[in-house]
Structures are given as structure tokens and as C-alpha cells.
Design a protein around this ligand. Structure first.
Ligand code: GDP
Ligand code: IMO
Ligand code: MG
Length: 428
């Protein structure tokens, strides 16, 4: 029995974390984002109505207390726009329920400018273009403007000046126009009162909720293979996406996280550049794109699709301390006669049971597949294990064996109610 659960992606993002977090939030008091920024796109479908969340925790839709922890980088304009967008959809978002950590670094327009300038040719990662990478660079370089700086004009001016020494030097080097100090300062001063309404000492609030026995859900963004340490570097995002970051990125003790739920699709997708051993560059890949509506929530880019990669998922499970899996989008495979699973890689004639770190080795990996019969029946909308065809169950069981971890939740359509709970992460 635990009161603290972390939900993280364990492929290359877009695994369906938003849907799973929304479903679990019914049993939860507090939902916390702890890394990433508005590069995330989490889609919830509730009784036919779609909600798209980027920076706000998915629990906000159910009116749960929602925290943005210090591990996030926050674009304050995108944040306010999203609050307004959700309010227009009838979601009551107020500073009473939504709190932002005072030590959250800001994503500024200059971060987007720098990212755009660098995302060309050979060095392109295929980022979401939201300025996330440059904002994290400024964080570790100790020159970020943080939410709390908006409360003190002297600090704000000093921070902006320090930041511009660096960014304007870069822009001059790239032959681009420099940032206007007065324009930036004015926009931040105008913004300050609107953002400061949400500012809080999040680590302290979390501690007191935890002591009071409240249930806390950490909502990951991106996925393990996009983790800056454990992912397919450099084709990754700029934060740690694994569950350990839930502690660092919120100020909660690591020992308090009782269950880590890894979300993965019944196949694999990736947006942007980088290695993808089980990618399907054929009609089958296109079929998965269409059946799975595999177009990015944030950028609208078509997602690359491929078979389930058990090597990659097993690795993500080991490095991420995953205890159970939420397997999503099983229904997308409903029409297939045969389904393949990547069970090993071959590299220069040798068999390999993990994803090596060297980028040229990653690019040469050949998938070794096992083939199973498809079920060729609809699982869409199934809400119980007994509604699943035998061959679909066989597929799930085989995945569990290969990844050495139980499937504890299953999702069979975008709708909230199309979910099968096998074992409750809070009572495990
Ligand atoms: P996230 O970033 O991990 O929250 O995932 P996204 O929301 O970006 O992408 C997942 C997409 O799949 C969304 O459009 C969801 O509505 C949809 N989805 C989630 N679960 C299922 C499922 O079980 N079946 C189908 N067909 N779609 C799903
Ligand atoms: P959610 O939370 C899928 C990818 C980008 C790019 C790389 C770096 O919806 O799962 P960035 O803008 O972060 O510097 O881009 O990471 N990426 C995602 N892919 N889902 C996401 O988030 C992603 N966030 C970033 O496509 O390859
Ligand atoms: Mg997404």
C-alpha cells in the first residue's frame, strides 16, 4: 500500500501517459509535473470531449490539486494561455488548485530563438521548437530567470542583464539581431503579477500533504528513451524523464515513491530524429499511423511507427525502477494478421540484449523478431480482461515475459472508460 505513485513514459514519449494519469487521478488528491515543459502534449478524452495539456498536470481536469515542480521549465506565456484555454473548456483552473514552485526556471522567447537558430542541418534533433533545451542549458549554467525572481525588480534586472550577456554574444556569433533588454524586461514586469498568483513553496506543501496521508501522483513527460542520460543521446530531450526525477524535480524524498508505473504502447512510436531499430518504413507503418492517429499533439508531426521493441522497454524498466506497466493502444493492432515483437538486436553479427550508447552502433542495430498470430477482432473499448480475445491475451502475456514485468493496466481506446485495471498501483 502506497500513497505516492509515479507514472512515466518508457518509450519515446506519447505512450498515453495523460490518459493513464487522468484515469488514476480519480483516486488521487494531488498531481505533480516534475520535468519537461510545454514540449509535452498529453491528450485526454472524456465522454467524447478532448482536452490537450502541455504544461499543466492532467489531474487539473478533475479539479485535483495540481503542482508544477522545480524540475519543470515554465514558459509563463504558454502557461497562462493554457489556463485560459482550459477555462474556456469549462475546467475550473484557479490559483487555489494550481500551484507553481518558486524555484521553477522560465522558458523565455530568447530560448526559442536560440533553438531555432541551431536546429539546422546536421545538428538538428527534430525538437518541438519550444525552447526547452536552451532553457535547461541556462538552468545548469546558473543564469535562469526563475519564477521567484519576478517578485523582486532588482534581482530581475540583474538576472536579465546576466542572461543577455550570454545570449547576445551567441546571437552576434550567429549573425542574428540581439535581444532588446527593455522589451524583455517590460514583458516580464507585465507578466509578474499574473504568474506570482500561482507561486508556492511546492516541496513544503507536498511534505504536508504527504504527512496528512493524501495520495500523490507524479506525472512524467516524454519517455525513458528521451531521457538525457538513459535515452538515445543526443536525440533526446534535455531533462531526466525517469521516475527518480520525480523526487529531484519536486523536492519530495525519493524513498516516498512507492510504485512506479511505466506507460508503453503495444507497438512503438517516435517523433523527431534518432535511431529506431524496429521502425516500419512501409505500408504497415502507415497503417499504424492511421489506425493509431499518430500525429504529434504539440507539433502535428507524423510519428514514426514500428513494432514493439521488448529490448528497449526492458532496458527502460531496469533503469527506471518500473514495477508495473500500463499497456496502451492494444486496439490499434486489432486488424493485423501477424504481429512482430523485437526480442534482440544483432550488431555486426553478434546478438545484443540492450541498446548500446554509441550512436553509430545504435544506427547499425538490426532487430531480431518473434512473430505471433494477430487476433483480428476488435478490442476497442474493452473494459475488462474477459472481453479480450485469447490471442490478444497471449500477446500481452508474451510481452510480460519478455520485459520481465507485469501489465497492471490496459487501455483499449482514447476514452477514459476504455481502461482495464488489473492491479491498483496505490494498493500494491
Ligand atoms: P502522452 O504524451 O503520453 O500523454 O500521449 P499523447 O496524448 O501524446 O498520445 C497518445 C494518443 O493516443 C492520444 O491521442 C490518446 O488519446 C490516444 N490513446 C491513449 N490510449 C489509447 C488507446 O488505448 N487506444 C487508442 N486508440 N488511442 C489511445
Ligand atoms: P510527451 O510528454 C514525444 C522529442 C522531440 C525531439 C526530442 C527533443 O507528449 O510524451 P525537445 O523539444 O524536448 O528538446 O525535443 O524529444 N519530444 C517528444 N516526443 N513526446 C513528447 O512529450 C516529447 N517531448 C519531446 O520530438 O525528438
Ligand atoms: Mg504526447
Amino acid at each position: 500500500m502506497t500513497n505516492v505513485v509515479a507514472v512515466v513514459g518508457i518509450q519515446w514519449g506519447d505512450e498515453g501517459k495523460g490518459k493513464i494519469v487522468d484515469w488514476l487521478s480519480e483516486k488521487t488528491d494531488i498531481v505533480v509535473r516534475f520535468q519537461g515543459g510545454h514540449n509535452a502534449g498529453h491528450t485526454l478524452v472524456i465522454d467524447g470531449k478532448t482536452y490537450k495539456l502541455n504544461i499543466l498536470p492532467s489531474g487539473i481536469v478533475r479539479g485535483k490539486i495540481s503542482f508544477i515542480g522545480n524540475g519543470v521549465v515554465l514558459d509563463p506565456w504558454a502557461f497562462l494561455d493554457e489556463v485560459d484555454r482550459l477555462k474556456e473548456q469549462g475546467v475550473p483552473v484557479t490559483p487555489d488548485t494550481l500551484r507553481v514552485a518558486e524555484n521553477v526556471p522560465l522558458v523565455l522567447p530568447l530560448h526559442r530563438t536560440l533553438e531555432k537558430t541551431r536546429e539546422t542541418g546536421l545538428t538538428s534533433i527534430g525538437t518541438t521548437g519550444k525552447g526547452i533545451g536552451p532553457a535547461y542549458e541556462d538552468k545548469v549554467a546558473r543564469r535562469s530567470v526563475r519564477v521567484c525572481d519576478l517578485a523582486d525588480n532588482t534581482v530581475l534586472v540583474d538576472k536579465v542583464d546576466g542572461l543577455l550577456i550570454h545570449h547576445n554574444a551567441l546571437l552576434r556569433g550567429f549573425n542574428k539581431s540581439e535581444i532588446d533588454r527593455f522589451v524583455l524586461l517590460k514583458s516580464l514586469k507585465d507578466l509578474a503579477p499574473k504568474i506570482l498568483l500561482y507561486m508556492d513553496v511546492v516541496w513544503q506543501k507536498l511534505e504536508s500533504y504527504h504527512m496528512a496521508g493524501k495520495r500523490i501522483l507524479f506525472e512524467g513527460a516524454q519517455g525513458a528513451m528521451l531521457d538525457v542520460d538513459h535515452g538515445t543521446y543526443p536525440f533526446v530531450t534535455s531533462s531526466n524523464t525517469v521516475a527518480a526525477q520525480a523526487a529531484t524535480g519536486s523536492g519530495m524524498g525519493a524513498g516516498n515513491i512507492g510504485f512506479v508505473l511505466g506507460v508503453c504502447k503495444a507497438y512503438t512510436t517516435r517523433v523527431g530524429a534518432g535511431p529506431f531499430p524496429s521502425e516500419l518504413n512501409n505500408n504497415l507503418g502507415k497503417q499504424l499511423v492511421e489506425r493509431g492517429s499518430e500525429y504529434g499533439t504539440v507539433t502535428g508531426r507524423r510519428r514514426r511507427c514500428g513494432w514493439f521493441d521488448a529490448v528497449l522497454v526492458r532496458q527502460a524498466i531496469k533503469v527506471g525502477g518500473i514495477k508495473g506497466i500500463a499497456l496502451t493502444k492494444l486496439d490499434v493492432l486489432d486488424v493485423l494478421k501477424k504481429i512482430k515483437i523485437c526480442v534482440r538486436y544483432r550488431l555486426d553479427g553478434e546478438e545484443l540484449d540492450y541498446m548500446p550508447a554509441l550512436i553509430t552502433a545504435q544506427a547499425r542495430l538490426e532487430p531480431v523478431y518473434e512473430e505471433l498470430d494477430g487476433w483480428e477482432e476488435s478490442t476497442r473499448g474493452a473494459q475488462s480482461w474477459t472481453q479480450l480475445p485469447t490471442r490478444a491475451i497471449r500477446y500481452v502475456r508474451r510481452l510480460e515475459e519478455l520485459i520481465e514485468t507485469p501489465v497492471t493496466m490496459l487501455s483499449t481506446s482514447p476514452e477514459r472508460k476504455s481502461t482495464i485495471l488489473i492491479s491498483d498501483p496505490f494498493s500494491d
